[in-house]
Design a binder for this molecule. Structure first.
Ligand code: SAM
Length: 337
């Protein structure tokens, strides 16, 4: 019977996740950019306990995040991904679990499995969005993480869709607007609106955007369960997977109501059932169950949501990234399921 060691590493995976989160929070990889440093030097700069920091670094070096060098520690290729601001940085993702409410919600997975309920809300008495309003420091890390994750796929998504003939693209729940910036950069005829909650919305184009993107950029704040700004192309990236079916239909209906004739609703999600990303989609599905209370879906499940909101699923475009684009146009309204 093989595989015992492999399974043991999986079972104790939470230890590694916790160690990575502390390293990311402390910004160790940023400190090592100039070359190796000893645990004492790092501890002095970070104002933490030197002997304990050495134990953390030894553990992370044992799995290849750092390397012991010149009596100190250096970044490896893996450790470089925990640097601030490198494109696709995993530092914000690793920092998320410094929010003990997130860590505790995953510890409450059993509750979800027993009841089907959202673990976060059951434990904390509020949803993740209310929690982030109450904790701006964690809200900022979450938004940075979404921007970093989106920066890895935005180009592929923007490349995969032909926006010609469209004029105003609204990035619904667009966060800091990383996807919108990529779409505007490739389509000089488009103007764009990033729409999100007051305490989240990207008021200006992300740093590094073209000047022409900044000129065609505007923002709006509000609640996507009530209304969204008028446009002829709605982008909803990583929005519907946060919500149960009924809420998804409400969001899609709000888009349909403001959609200009001939316009499109573009849902951008990682699909369940696509070869090559099974584990990522399945564990993202559990993450949606535990944290926001949503779920990942198959192409046909998204089709049912579109129908229930009076939209027709006209095309599914698989991009060069793990995200697919589900294109909806105005259709007839029908019941879910
Ligand atoms: C998972 S994030 C996706 C962000 C961005 N689309 C991306 O993929 O990087 C979900 C977004 O929905 C926004 N959101 C949540 N509830 C909302 C509401 N009721 N109205 C508008 N935006 C909302 C959040 O603030 C957050 O930016």
């Amino acid at each position: 019977m093989g595989g015992r060691e492999e399974l043991q590493a999986m079972v104790t995976g939470f230890r590694l996740a916790a160690a990575l989160s502390v390293a990311a929070e402390l910004g160790i990889s940023d400190r090592l950019v100039g070359g190796p440093l000893s645990a004492d030097e790092l501890a002095a700069a970070l104002e933490v306990d030197a002997e304990t920091l050495n134990r953390l670094l030894r553990a992370l070096s044992s799995v290849g995040i750092y390397a012991e060098a010149d009596g100190g520690y250096a970044n490896t290729a893996l450790g470089e991904w925990l640097r601030t601001g490198v494109p696709g940085s995993l530092r914000p993702l690793a920092r998320l679990t410094q929010d003990s409410a997130i860590w505790a919600a995953w510890g409450n997975l059993m509750h979800s499995v027993r009841t089907g309920e959202n673990a976060f809300r059951a434990l904390h008495g509020m949803d993740v969005w209310e929690h982030r309003v109450a904790h701006p420091e964690y809200n900022e890390v979450f938004n940075d993480n979404m921007a970093a994750l989106s920066s890895v796929v935005a180009g592929a998504v923007a490349d995969a869709y032909d926006f010609s003939g469209l004029s105003t693209v609204v990035d619904v729940g667009g966060g800091l607007g990383v996807l919108l910036a990529a779409v505007l950069a490739r389509n000089p005829e488009l103007s764009g609106i990033v729409f999100d909650q007051e305490h989240v919305v990207g008021r200006t184009a992300p740093a590094g955007s073209l000047a022409s993107v900044a000129e065609r950029w505007s923002f709006a704040t509000g609640n996507f369960f009530e209304a969204v700004p008028a446009g002829d192309a709605y982008l909803l990236k990583s929005i519907l997977h946060d919500w149960p079916d009924e809420e998804c239909v409400t969001i899609l209906r709000a888009c349909r109501e403001s959609l200009a004739p001939g316009g499109v609703v573009l849902v951008v999600e990682g699909l369940l059932g696509l070869p090559g990303s099974e584990a990522e989609a399945a564990f993202s599905d559990l993450n949606m169950l535990v944290l926001p209370g949503g779920r990942e879906r198959t192409e046909s499940e998204y089709g049912l949501l579109f129908e229930a909101a009076g939209l027709k699923l006209t095309r599914v475009i698989h991009t060069a990234s793990r995200m697919s684009i589900l294109e909806g146009t105005a259709g007839e309204e029908e019941a879910v399921g």
